[in-house]
Design a protein around this ligand. Structure first.
Ligand SMILES: [Zn+2]
Length: 101
């Protein structure tokens, strides 16, 4: 359970551990006026609800998306190499040539 809470605390929160929706709140407190937060719509400061700075969440999310994009680019390159091999095998089988790898 701790792992699930920690993992879901990374990036833009999708929901609060209490089950409530996350909303965007803009602070009106003088100390951090205008600062944006992703916050549980039923937030109470008892440690059981989620409240995360908007900037931090966006940075985490961007980092995670960059990692996903890089991973998918690597997979696409692998698929391209496999596609090339399949084409070679297909052509070789059509002409009954021996494939040397
Ligand atoms: Zn909550």
């Amino acid at each position: 359970m701790v792992y699930a809470v920690n993992d879901s605390n990374y990036g833009i929160p999708k929901s609060c551990p209490c089950g409530s929706q996350i909303t965007v709140e803009i602070s009106t407190k003088e100390a951090d006026i205008g600062k944006k937060y992703f916050v549980c719509k039923d937030f109470k400061n008892d440690g059981l609800h989620r409240k995360k700075e908007w900037n931090e969440a966006i940075e985490d999310e961007t980092r995670r998306l960059k990692e996903k994009v890089a991973d998918n680019e690597g997979r696409l390159r692998s698929l391209g190499a496999l596609e090339y091999q399949v084409d070679r095998i297909d052509k070789a089988s059509q002409s009954n040539d021996v494939i040397i790898t």
